[in-house]
Write a protein that binds this ligand. Structure first.
Ligand SMILES: Nc1nc2c(c(=O)[nH]1)N[C@H]1C(S)=C(S)[C@@H](COP(=O)(O)O)O[C@H]1N2
Ligand SMILES: [Mo]
Length: 201
């Protein structure tokens, strides 16, 4: 029998210092909204998700087709470059591995693009190997528009600006092509454990 009570381990998990990257604090139950522009509202019958660019086979899914793809639950700690982190967030969606399964990528980079014009760039290796998802569910509910609904990218091992809200697709590229915040001086990769906040970090 363990002398550590369930309540104690539960609290310990919540505040475990090992889960907060350097310079981050735990936002607790808050879930701040950070959007560079207005929240787009696209009707489901106008929504699609495409994989294009340097691929042997481009792909497109309507909303209904996307909803029928194999789904998985994701529990992850998320980290915003403005210094808040949120531990144990619960999502559900489609693994980017599933979306890229049949395209045969030709380049080593992706640009995620969103309704409203937001973009963010990532090495292909950061969105494959079970590290990134297109999620449409948060905490068991349809993802709210302000947090990126109907669907957003979720790349929890990188700063949250890489998790493009209102995402509509991925473009495979040969070269690294800086996205919205990266063009304004944020880091190309954004690893919170390495504090890659700004270009040059
Ligand atoms: N389309 C789009 N995606 C975006 C942003 C944005 O302005 N537009 N902001 C990014 C930033 S800087 C952060 S910290 C997170 C914030 O997600 P949240 O509003 O759900 O907390 O979304 C990221 N994805
Ligand atoms: Mo952010």
């Amino acid at each position: 029998m363990s002398f550590v009570s369930r309540g104690f381990t539960g609290r310990r998990r919540e505040s475990a210092p090992g889960r907060l990257p350097p310079g981050q604090h735990d936002a607790g139950s808050d879930f701040p909204v950070l959007s560079a522009g207005p929240t787009p509202h696209v009707p489901p019958d106008e929504w699609d998700f495409t994989v294009q660019g340097l691929v042997a086979h481009a792909r497109r899914w309507s909303w209904q087709e996307f909803r029928r793809l194999p789904r998985e639950p994701v529990t992850a700690d998320i980290h915003c470059v403005t210094s808040w982190s949120k531990l144990g967030t619960r999502w559900e969606g489609v693994s980017v591995d599933t979306l890229l399964a049949d395209v045969t990528p030709g380049g080593g980079f992706v640009v995620a693009f969103s309704d409203g014009g937001y973009t963010t760039n990532l090495p292909l290796a950061d969105v494959t190997g079970h590290k990134a998802w297109v999620v449409d569910t948060y905490d068991g509910e349809p993802l709210q528009a302000e947090h990126g609904g109907p669907a957003r990218l979720l790349v929890p091992h990188l700063y949250l600006w890489k998790s493009a809200k209102w995402v509509r697709g991925l473009v495979l590229t040969a070269q690294n092509e800086p996205g919205f915040w990266e063009t304004f001086g944020y880091h190309d990769r954004g690893d919170p454990w390495l504090q890659q906040r700004y270009a040059g970090d």
